[in-house]
Write a protein that binds this ligand. Structure first.
Ligand SMILES: NC(=O)c1ccc[n+]([C@@H]2O[C@H](COP(=O)([O-])OP(=O)(O)OC[C@H]3O[C@@H](n4cnc5c(N)ncnc54)[C@H](O)[C@@H]3O)[C@@H](O)[C@H]2O)c1
Length: 382
């Protein structure tokens, strides 16, 4: 069977887990690896028995790979992806695709020009519960969405922040919880509920010794007038995450691993004016939910789907162009948090670039860093 030859760029942490997946998936072969840290590049190359590089240009120019997985820190995703597209390679970028919407625009433009496959690692899209939630919303079972809500605690220790010079700095990462932990949730939140048209946010550093935000919240307004609220933090240790989408005809609730669907007949606007009783109330029903079975999920599912899109034109589960939505949301949150003013979407590219330049100038080198390159144990394969 024909296999897509993949080069993985950035193999210290998450990229290392991707290498193992690439070796196991039927449609992919690990062709080579690259890391700017020579010790990491050599160790991974030898361990996985593939050629290794310390310069991503050299990997892309080598002709060894048809596609790359970009798993460096986020600022570099656009630069590497754009170079790969210019050389005719397909790209699977780690999340977020970029730190700024202007960079995300450049990536999308380069992908379109090259006509190569562009995907983003939003693996939570493959969870059966999320696939089902999307189907329910797309089938109109909750009607038009009138309110959304998302609360996501992603606890992190100070040791986590001290494990890399780039982590939690404006220069190294371009944000805190919003740019690092929040993108998966924001991807799902905007996939299911759409992008708001206005964000009024507050951001702050509450607990950790870092220069970027570890807590953020916002009031949201959508193009149809719907409202929403959003909260994310690395300061809260107790989950689960919680999302709600309330529509005219029903409500969808995602709470940890649980998906609930409630419907009402007739719809709220119809009943409101048709009911004659002063205390009349709608009949609300909890609907049984049958989750899809036997479908692949996780990082491996995204890599396999990326390869199948290249080989057979299979539709992407997580298209790179859709990766721009979470960047739009994050940029709106940070811009509003820093100006104290509501921000309209699409975010002004010029204003955001200007803010980011100022924030980068204010960035200070970290005093206590003990570099640890380690994949989150949740993502290590048995
Ligand atoms: N999808 C997920 O579930 C998930 C989970 C964790 C991290 N991530 C994402 O993966 C990316 C990397 O995060 P991490 O935690 O693995 O970071 P990390 O610091 O552990 O690893 C990044 C690696 O990239 C290397 N690198 C830096 N500059 C490079 C360059 N110019 N060329 C080649 N290699 C270079 C570093 O030396 C390092 O080994 C981030 O964007 C993060 O958001 C995604």
């Amino acid at each position: 069977m024909e296999k897509v030859r993949i080069g993985v760029i950035g193999v210290g942490g998450m990229g290392s887990a991707h290498c193992k997946q690439v070796q196991e998936i039927e449609e992919t072969a690990l062709a080579c690896v690259c890391d700017v840290d020579p010790a990491v590049a050599e160790k991974k190359g030898q361990e996985l028995n593939v050629p290794f590089f310390t310069d991503y240009h050299a990997l892309i120019d080598s002709g060894l790979a048809d596609a790359v997985i970009v798993a460096t820190h986020h600022w570099l995703h656009p630069e590497i992806a754009i170079y790969a597209f210019s050389k005719g390679l397909h790209v699977l970028s780690e999340k977020p695709i970029a730190v700024t919407v202007s960079d995300a625009d450049r990536m999308v433009k380069a992908a379109r020009k090259s006509k190569k496959v562009f995907a983003v690692m939003y693996q939570r899209r493959t969870e059966p519960m999320i696939r089902k939630a999307l189907e329910i919303i797309q089938q109109g079972q909750i009607g038009e969405i009138r309110r959304t809500m998302c609360v996501e605690p992603w606890y992190r220790t100070q040791a986590y922040y001290d494990s890399g010079t780039w982590r939690a700095t404006w220069v190294g990462e371009g944000g805190g919880v919003l740019i690092n932990q929040a993108p998966h949730g924001i991807d799902l939140f905007t996939l299911l509920g759409g992008l708001p048209s206005l964000v009024q946010a507050r951001t702050r550093t509450r607990l950790h010794r870092i220069e970027v935000e570890d807590e953020a919240c916002a009031l949201l307004e959508y193009p149809n007038g719907a409202w929403g609220y959003y909260y994310v933090t690395t300061c809260e240790a107790i989950g689960p995450y919680h999302m709600e989408f309330a529509g005219d005809k029903g409500k969808l609730i995602i709470r940890g691993n649980e998906l609930k669907l409630y419907t009402c007949t007739p719809s709220v606007p119809e009943f409101t004016f048709a009911a004659s009783g002063m205390w009349a109330s709608l009949e609300v029903k909890e609907e049984p939910i049958q989750l899809p079975e036997g479908l692949p999920s996780g990082h491996g599912a995204i890599i396999q789907n990326f390869a199948r899109a290249i080989l057979y034109g299979e539709p992407l589960l997580s298209p790179g162009v859709e990766g721009r939505n979470s960047v739009e949301f994050i940029n709106a949150m940070i811009l509003s948090g820093h100006t104290g003013k509501p921000v309209k979407l699409p975010v002004s590219r010029r204003r955001y670039d200007r803010l980011m330049e100022e924030l980068k100038k204010s960035s200070k080198p970290k005093e206590t860093v003990k570099v640890v390159r380690e994949t989150d144990p949740k993502f290590k394969q048995a």
